[in-house]
Design a protein around this ligand. Structure first.
Ligand code: NAP
Length: 541
C-alpha cells in the first residue's frame, strides 16, 4: 500500500476495537491487537502517521528525550536496525522513524486517515461503542481506545482586532508541510514555551527582525544536542535490552545520570563544579545534579542562583537577562531545553517584548499592539501551547453509561482508574493521558506499557467470555486521590502550567499526570491484571 492509499471505512463497519490517533500510542496498540487476533481500525485526522510529530513541524522542532530512549523497544530487530543520528532527534527524523515502523509492521492497511472522530457513545443494549466520524460514517466496535496524546489540542488565543492582521499567521502546533521562508520578514512570536524556544533562534537567522512577546519567562538549560558517536550507539546496542531495563527501573522510565546527594552536602566550589558538569550534560538531565532541587526550597534557590549566573554570562543586556528570569521555582514548569536561545537575544534583530502586565492589546492590519506600542509585522507565529492532558479527550463528545458525557464526568478535573479507565465509560481505554505517568515518563515507553496492558485485558475478556469491563467508582476515587496526593507532594503544583490546566480559561485546576513514579505505577497495573481485574466489574457477553 502506498502513502496515497488509505483504509476506507464504510457505514456499519464493525471492529473489535477502534483506536483514535496514529501517534506512537495508537500505532503500537494497533500492532498489539493485530498480533492477538483482534480486528481494529485506527482513525486519525491527519493525512499520515506521526501524531504530535506530524503536526509540530515548526523550525527546530526536536524531542527533549534522548533518541536512543525515545523509541520503541518491543522489537529487538527494530531497535538494532534503526540508526539515530543525533542525541536528540529532530522532528523529521522522528517522523521518518514512525513511518518506518508503520511500513515494517504493515500497519497502514488498518488506518483511516483524514478522518476525525467527533463523537462516541456507549450503546448499553449492544455493549458496544458507536463512533461517529466527520465523514458522516458511524463505526461500531466493542472497545474504544483513545491514543490522542497529551499535547495535541492546540490553543490559539483571540485578541481584539481578530481577523484584521493582513500578514501571514502560523501556529507552531499546526505548521504547514511546505517550508516557510522568513527571509527579510518582520516576525512576531507570541509565547515563550518550548516551541518558541526551539524555533526563535532559527527564525532569527533568516528574518529581518523577530519580536518575542513574553508573558511569563521559562527556565531554559542548553540541550547540548550533538551527533551520536558510533561508539556510544554500539555500546547501547550491545545490550539494548539491559539498557532499557535500567531505564524502566527508574522513576521517569528514562535513564540519565543522577546524584543522590543534597545541594548542601557539597562546599560552594564543589557545588558549582557539579552544576557545571550537569549544565554541560544539558537538557532535562540537568535536574539530576542533586536529589533535592525539586523538593527543597533552599536547594531550588541554589539552582536558580547558578542558572542566573550562567545566563548573566551569556546575555549582554542585564535588563533582558532580568526579564528572562522566572519568579517561580526551578523545574516547577517542565524544564525547557534550548539551543542558542539566550544567545539569540544578543542579536540586533531580536527584541524581547514584556507583555506580562497589559498583554497583547490588539491585532492591527499592520501587526499588533502591546504595551501601547504598535509593532509592524509581516508574520505572526502563535507558539501558545495546548489544552494539555485532557483537551484532546474532551474535544470529542464521548458519552458513557446513563448518558453521562466525559465533560460532565471531568467537570472538576480528570478522574481515572490507573489513567487507563474511566468509571461509567465501559470498554473504553484512555491511553498515556491524565492519571498515568504519561508526560512525566518516556511517552514511547508508556505507549508500550499501556498497549501491552490493554492487549492482555482484551485477551482475558475474550478467553473468559466477558463482554464489558468497567472500573468501579471506588477504585477510580482511590486512584484519583493517589494521583492528587502525589501531585501535592511535588513542587510542580506550586506554579501555573499546562500540567495543572491553568493555561486554559475555566479549566479546573488539577495536576493531571501521576507523579508517584514509574515503577510503582507499573506494579499497580500489573497487580490489577494478576488479580483478574479485581477493581473492575466484568460482565459476561
Ligand atoms: P507552552 O509551554 O504552554 O507555552 C505557551 C506560551 O504561550 C507561554 O509562554 C504562554 O504564556 C504563551 N501564551 C499563551 N497565550 C498567550 C496570550 N494570550 N498572550 C501571550 N502569551 C500567551 O506551549 P509549548 O511551547 O507548545 O510547549 C508545551 C509543551 O510541549 C512543553 O512544555 C513540552 O512538554 C512540549 N514540547 C516539547 C518539546 C521538546 O520535546 N523539546 C518541544 C515543544 C513542546 P504563559 O506562560 O504566560 O501562559
Amino acid at each position: 500500500m502506498t502513502l496515497d492509499e488509505k483504509a476506507e471505512i464504510l457505514p456499519g463497519d464493525r471492529f473489535d476495537a477502534i483506536i483514535v490517533g496514529a501517534g506512537f500510542t495508537g500505532l503500537y496498540m494497533l500492532h498489539v491487537l493485530r498480533q492477538k487476533g483482534f480486528t481494529a481500525r485506527l482513525v486519525d485526522g491527519a493525512s499520515n502517521v506521526g501524531g504530535t510529530w506530524y503536526w509540530n513541524r515548526y523550525p527546530g522542532a526536536r524531542c527533549d528525550i534522548e533518541s536512543m530512549q525515545y523509541s520503541y523497544q518491543f522489537s529487538e530487530e527494530l531497535q538494532q536496525e534503526w540508526e539515530w543520528k543525533e542525541r536528540y532527534a529532530s522532528q523529521p527524523e522522528i517522523l521518518s522513524y514512525i513511518e518506518h515502523v508503520t511500513e515494517r509492521f504493515e500497519l497502514r492497511r488498518d488506518i483511516q486517515f483524514d478522518t476525525r472522530i467527533e463523537a462516541a457513545t456507549f450503546d448499553e443494549a449492544a455493549n458496544e461503542w458507536a463512533v461517529e466520524t466527520d465523514r458522516g460514517v458511524t463505526l461500531r466496535a466493542r472497545y474504544f481506545i483513545m491514543g490522542v496524546g497529551c499535547l495535541s489540542a492546540p490553543i490559539k488565543p483571540t485578541f481584539d482586532g481578530e481577523g484584521t492582521f493582513a500578514g501571514e499567521t502560523y501556529q507552531t502546533s499546526l505548521w504547514p508541510k511546505e517550508p516557510v521562508d522568513f527571509t527579510g520578514k518582520r516576525v512576531g512570536i507570541i509565547g515563550v514555551g518550548s516551541s518558541a524556544i526551539q524555533s526563535a533562534p532559527l527564525i532569527a537567522e533568516d528574518a529581518a527582525h523577530v519580536y518575542l512577546y513574553q508573558r511569563t519567562p521559562n527556565f531554559v538549560v542548553p540541550a547540548q544536542n550533538r551527533p551520536l558517536s558510533a561508539a556510544e550507539v554500539a555500546d547501547i546496542k550491545s545490550d539494548y535490552k539491559g539498557f532499557r531495563a535500567k531505564a524502566y527501573a527508574g522513576l521517569t522510565a528514562f535513564l540519565f545520570k543522577r546524584h543522590d546527594d543534597s545541594v548542601f552536602d557539597l562546599a560552594p566550589d564543589e557545588r558549582r563544579a557539579r552544576f557545571d558538569e550537569f549544565w554541560n550534560i544539558g537538557g532535562l538531565p540537568f535536574l539530576g545534579a542533586f536529589n533535592d532541587i525539586l523538593f527543597n526550597d533552599d536547594a531550588n534557590q541554589a539552582c536558580i542562583d547558578y542558572w542566573r549566573s550562567r545566563i548573566d554570562e551569556i546575555i549582554d543586556d542585564p535588563k533582558v537577562a532580568a526579564l528572562l528570569t522566572p519568579d517561580e521555582e526551578f523545574g516547577c514548569k517542565r524544564l525547557c531545553a534550548g539551543t542558542g536561545y539566550y544567545e539569540t537575544f544578543n542579536r540586533d534583530n531580536v527584541t524581547l517584548v514584556d507583555v506580562r502586565n497589559k498583554g497583547i492589546e490588539r491585532l492591527t492590519p499592520g501587526g499588533l499592539r502591546a504595551g501601547g506600542v504598535d509593532y509592524d509585522l509581516d508574520t505572526i507565529i502563535y507558539a501558545t501551547g495546548f489544552d494539555a492532558m485532557t483537551g484532546s479527550v474532551t474535544r470529542i463528545k464521548i458519552t458513557g453509561k446513563d448518558g453521562q458525557t466525559i465533560q460532565e464526568k471531568w467537570d472538576e478535573g480528570p478522574k481515572t482508574y490507573l489513567g487507563l479507565m474511566i468509571s461509567g465509560f465501559p470498554n473504553m481505554f484512555n491511553m498515556v493521558s491524565a492519571g498515568s505517568p504519561s508526560v512525566l515518563a518516556t511517552m514511547v515507553t508508556s505507549a508500550e506499557q499501556h498497549g501491552d496492558w490493554v492487549g492482555e485485558c482484551l485477551e482475558y475478556m475474550r478467553d473468559n467470555g466477558k463482554a464489558v469491563i468497567d472500573a468501579t467508582l471506588e477504585a477510580e476515587a482511590e486512584w484519583s486521590a493517589a494521583v492528587k496526593r502525589a501531585g501535592d507532594a511535588s513542587l510542580r503544583t506550586n506554579c501555573d502550567s499546562w500540567y495543572v490546566g491553568s493555561n486554559v480559561e475555566g479549566k479546573p485546576r488539577a495536576f493531571a499526570p501521576y507523579i508517584g513514579g514509574w515503577p510503582p505505577y507499573v506494579a499497580r497495573c500489573n497487580a490489577e491484571t494478576q488479580s483478574d481485574y479485581a477493581n473492575c466489574v466484568l460482565t459476561p457477553g
